[in-house]
Design a protein around this ligand. Structure first.
Ligand code: NAD
Length: 379
């Protein structure tokens, strides 16, 4: 099997998830190529021990990502850094001719995203995608098939949410994801928004305008050193959009990204209501897909137990559960497969494109203006 030598820049929470997925590649039965972690970079060298213990393949450990980019062995990079570094580092990776899976939000703000997208345009031979794993849940793949086959009829309304709850604890110390200088002015939209936008955007549902209500519920947090620090990032965002589908039909699309949603540890959910069919799914109950098909008779929701019906074939028996780390593995299978084969396996089994990231930045930037002016803003 063809191997692709990867470098990881940013070896924290998400860097380890990718490394672990690469070590579990034997789980996939039909992957066209295999990622090999050959180089890693982080300014915190303390993180290297775990990688050293688990990956014999790594021959370069560095605190300077420029060194990793000079390594001719490296074909592709996974970059999982704080948002204020996305523009410079992503542009340097792409300009060095390395394929890139970059983390969301793909630039701390619209100007940074514009620069990354422009860099992609100038290096069209480099394959670039943005990370978002939730659409790889089998139930969402099934919903994607329903969208592709126009099973919903006219869309009445769609709602896509990504909800967290741990910030309800006002004693939780601040970290970079709650600092405006590092995380960005988008706050929770930058952190959580790409996940909520991925399926609607891939469906071709383009927000035309937005009325956003953004909330800063906890304005200060412990600084972890005995004092308090201002917490100026938006905690919760509710975006009501008028979306237009590929036929020109317009309908309400609600995107919710909440850091303070009581009881929701890490819930991604999608509900689509249509004239012919409706469907809903939440990672809270990851095997349950609910579908209502309407043919003129009684209206009843069916509950379908989804098994391990993954986009990329795997050794797991079809009756077993699918979870977060499986979604990460499937996302990586999608990136590697599209890199090698030049096209996604199917419409909804593809990672976020730079153009889709640009649409998310237009939406979040309009949402900031909507909140500021209490207005409906064009996207
Ligand atoms: N796809 C997902 O589900 C998901 C989940 C969490 C975070 N993320 C995204 O992943 C990215 C990273 O988040 P994380 O949770 O892994 O953060 P993290 O803080 O755990 O890891 C970031 C790492 O970057 C390192 N770093 C900082 N500056 C550096 C530099 N100049 N050079 C090299 N390394 C440097 C830090 O030492 C740290 O280890 C963010 O863009 C975030 O939005 C995605």
């Amino acid at each position: 099997m063809r191997t692709i030598n990867f470098g990881i820049i940013g070896c924290g929470l998400m860097g380890r998830e990718f490394a672990s997925a690469s070590a579990r590649w034997c789980h996939l039965t039909n992957a066209p190529a295999r990622p090999v972690i050959s180089a890693i970079c982080d300014t915190n060298a303390g993180l290297f021990d775990w990688y050293k213990k688990n990956f014999d393949s790594i021959t370069q450990f560095t605190g300077d990502y420029h060194e990793l980019l000079k390594n001719p062995q490296i074909e592709a990079v996974y970059c999982a850094l704080p948002h204020n570094l996305h523009k410079t580092v992503y542009c340097d990776i792409i300009s060095a001719g390395k394929h890139l899976l970059g983390e969301k939000p793909f630039g701390i703000d619209k100007a940074a995203n514009d620069a990354i997208v422009e860099c992609c345009r100038r290096h069209s031979d480099v394959f670039v995608r943005c990370s978002s794993e939730f659409p790889f849940y089998p139930a969402v793949q099934r919903i994607g098939e329903m969208i592709e086959t126009n099973a919903f009829g006219r869309i009445i309304e769609a709602t896509s949410c990504f909800l967290h709850s741990s910030d309800l604890d006002v004693n939780k110390p601040i970290n970079w994801k709650r600092m405006i200088e590092v995380n960005g002015e988008y706050g929770c939209m930058g952190d959580l928004g790409m996940h909520a936008c991925h399926v609607p955007f891939r469906a071709g549902w383009v927000p035309q305008n937005v009325r956003a209500i953004l909330c800063d519920i906890v304005p200060q947090r412990p600084d972890g050193k005995g004092g308090v620090a201002p917490c100026r990032t938006w905690d919760n965002a509710t975006l009501l959009c008028q979306a237009r589908d590929e036929t020109g039909w317009e309908f309400p699309l609600t995107i919710k990204t909440h850091r303070i949603a009581p009881g929701q540890k890490d819930t991604w959910s999608l509900e689509i209501l249509g004239t012919k069919a409706s469907a809903r799914f939440s990672t809270k109950n990851p095997r349950l897909l609910e579908v209502l098909e309407y043919t003129g008779g009684e209206q009843a929701w069916r509950q379908i137990d989804m098994g391990y019906e993954s986009a990329f074939a795997a050794i797991t028996g079809g009756i077993f559960e699918f979870g977060f780390t499986d979604a990460i593995l499937q996302m990586w299978a999608s990136f590697v497969s599209e890199l090698v084969e030049g096209k996604p396996k199917s419409r909804f089994a593809g990672c976020v494109t730079p153009a889709e990231s640009a649409l998310s930045h237009r939406l979040f930037t309009a949402a900031l203006a909507s909140q500021k002016n209490a207005s409906t803003e064009t996207v």
